[in-house]
Write a protein that binds this ligand. Structure first.
Ligand code: GTP
Ligand code: SPV
Ligand code: MN
Length: 589
């Protein structure tokens, strides 16, 4: 029985029922009773394993198919009316052809199954930033994840009323055939079709498909921004909180930075960090010309391996209850979970992420295994997490995983140069997407896999936004991943990244000078506080971390020039920025 009188919703749901022919249709009302019944059903069918209720209350383990463990960028499409509108960095199909081809795959694919209708809101229900979506799926795992990651249920339909402005999401597991796996966005139709996957970013359609690919397109048309960014609040000893948004590519440290615990010396002085979001930011210009941001999500879909009480206690504490674990190790002794670097005691009697007995060799958990946990359980969740008006952003950080080239931190000369710095981002690939790991690729603004339209226009939109924002955030670039000649990380990272945040905020407040280099402003070494880590990071190491090698940067500029050359309508300002960088580098040699 439909939960709404909204004609547009009902006729679309009916049409999709005709196409996929499920045996049953269940509307998700968001009630605990309904979600409890679905949990019980998923346990009964083996789709999820109920974990130890004393140690991990309300927690479950799910294993995906072994060929279905990450986003599939090669099978992700932006079906704009023309290839040009999707741009050179996106896969494109003609929308008509895509509907036809996929329509055949969807035909009758839910026979013998139940279709769940999930009304969800990205952003607090009723906030001026928020948008509604409806996801149809034949996966209980998807329903239960969406119930954590988004605001789900009857109240969303009430907020939608009889509006036709909602995202139409259709997901079917079908037979999980990787050759027929497609993640397809139709930005002009507010529509997402996903088939033959059961993994996170491919199937939780509120996340990358809607909140980034569709929303980035909406943002360009409506004058706002959808970005692959964490949002954190840095509370200073005087009680004032400054908010920072940071774009790092997948598995490059957003969750970790968003929940940072300051080093002892900072804690003693009264510094605190509050998490507003760990993956996605929607940003609009506020009444006073400031840039305001919300986190459109309600939960964290975080990388499990490497999460421990030292690296990210807040994330670990967040996922001790009401959490779904995907592709981690199952500890059979006490029916709990484990992953690499959780602690130094891998369980002896355990199953790997694929569900076979683990002999302790190789990876027990998949490198892209994840936890899905409610954001409200995070010990450092910001008071403004549910704020319908979001928070004012003072600084934007771009960052990548670079063994060389990029210094620990630098600041752009101004907004347009900052947009250029974002466009020039490059990073080593990670396990978050299928394919090779550790290969440096260009990933502008960490949005390469997520921009729903031509990236040349996306850079243009950033430049336009700069004109609309009167109180422009300062734009920075960080790199926590610089390696020494022996291949060791030169910077301790994690909580110690607070030392870099302190410099960033001081720069925003015009409290510190900096050294001018060809790539931007770099800290004077004495302005990065090393108190408490002098043994780990000598002043010489710090100086090395801050060096800008013009020869390496000239190489990088060449790579960037090749990347820019893929676009036939790169904004003139971007090309001018590139040429100015090349000039500054040439002079520095
Ligand atoms: P997505 O959820 O995929 O968008 O990723 P994310 O950006 O939130 O990544 P996350 O914070 O989960 O980081 C994943 C990886 O980066 C893990 O292997 C972490 O251990 C590592 N990492 C995070 N912060 C740091 C850091 O400051 N230094 C070093 N060396 N590694 C880090
Ligand atoms: C990422 O890959 O950037 C993620 C995980 O945050 S997913 O939801 O799978 O996209
Ligand atoms: Mn992400």
């Amino acid at each position: 029985m439909s939960l709404t009188k909204n004609q547009a919703v009902n006729s679309w749901v009916d049409e999709m029922i005709q196409l996929t022919t499920p045996d049953n249709v269940v509307w998700i009302d968001g009630s605990d009773a309904q979600l409890d019944a679905l949990r019980a059903e998923a346990v009964a069918t083996g789709e999820m394993i109920k974990l130890n209720e004393e140690k991990l209350p309300g927690c479950y383990l799910h294993r995906t198919a072994v060929n279905d463990v990450a986003r599939v960028e090669g099978r992700t499409f932006i079906c704009a009316p023309t290839k040009d509108e999707a741009g050179p960095t996106n896969n494109w199909m003609d929308p008509k052809e895509a509907y036809e081809m996929l329509g055949k795959l969807y035909e009758g694919c839910m026979k013998g199954r139940t279709m769940y209708v999930i009304p969800f809101s990205m952003g607090p229900v009723g906030s001026p930033f928020s948008k509604v979506g409806i996801e149809l799926t034949d996966s209980i795992y998807v329903v239960l994840n969406m119930a954590i990651m988004t605001r789900v249920g009857q109240n969303v339909l009430e907020a939608l009323g009889d509006s036709t402005d909602f995202v139409h999401g259709l997901h079917a597991k079908a037979d999980l055939d990787e050759e027929k796996r497609y993640i397809v966005q139709f930005p002009q139709d507010n529509t997402i079709w996903s088939i033959n996957s059961g993994y996170g970013g491919n199937v939780l359609l509120g996340k990358k498909c809607f909140a980034l690919r569709i929303a980035s397109y909406q943002g360009k048309n409506e004058g706002w921004m959808a970005e692959h960014m964490l949002i954190l609040g840095l509370e200073k000893p005087n009680g004032e909180t400054k908010y920072v948004a940071a774009a790092f590519p997948s598995a490059c440290g957003k969750t970790n930075l968003a929940m940072l615990i300051p080093p002892e010396g900072y804690k003693a002085k009264g510094y605190k960090v509050w998490c507003v979001g760990d993956d996605i930011a929607w940003m609009r210009v506020g009444e006073n010309g400031e840039l305001r941001a919300i986190n459109p999500e309600a939960g964290f879909f975080g990388v499990a391996p490497g999460t421990n009480m030292k690296s990210n206690p807040n994330a670990l504490l967040t996922c001790q209850k009401n959490t779904i674990f995907t592709n981690v190790v199952h500890n059979l002794d006490d029916n709990t979970v484990w992953w690499e670097k959780l602690d130094k005691n891998p369980p002896k009697n355990a199953m790997t992420w694929t569900g076979i007995p683990w002999d302790g060799t190789g990876n027990g958990a998949h490198p892209n295994s994840r936890f899905t946990a409610p954001a409200c359980q995070c010990p450092c969740i910001s008071d403004h997490f549910e704020d319908p008006n979001g928070v004012e952003i003072s600084a934007i950080i771009f960052g990548g995983r670079r063994a060389k080239t990029a210094p620990l931190v630098y600041q752009s000369f101004d907004w347009n140069h900052g947009v250029f710095v974002g466009s020039a981002m490059a990073s080593e690939t990670t396990a978050a997407a299928s394919g090779a790991v550790g290969v440096v690729r260009r990933d502008p603004m960490a949005m390469l896999p997520f921009c729903g339209y031509n990236m040349a226009d996306y850079f243009g939109h950033w430049l336009e936004m700069g004109k609309k924002i009167k109180k422009q955030p300062k734009i920075f670039h960080t790199n926590w991943f610089r390696l020494d000649d022996e291949g060791n990380f030169m910077w301790p990272g994690y909580g110690d990244n607070m030392r870099v945040l302190e410099w960033i905020i001081a720069r925003c407040e015009d409290k510190l000078d900096a050294d001018v280099t060809p790539i931007g402003y770099v800290p004077k070494p004495e302005d990065i506080n090393l108190e408490g880590i002098e043994d780990e990071v000598s002043i010489d190491t710090l100086k090395a971390l801050l060096t800008v090698d013009p020869a390496l940067w000239e190489e990088d500029a060449k790579g960037l020039e090749e990347f820019y050359a893929k676009f036939d309508r790169m904004p003139a300002e971007m090309t001018a920025q590139l040429n100015a960088l090349k000039d500054r580098l040439a002079k520095a040699k």
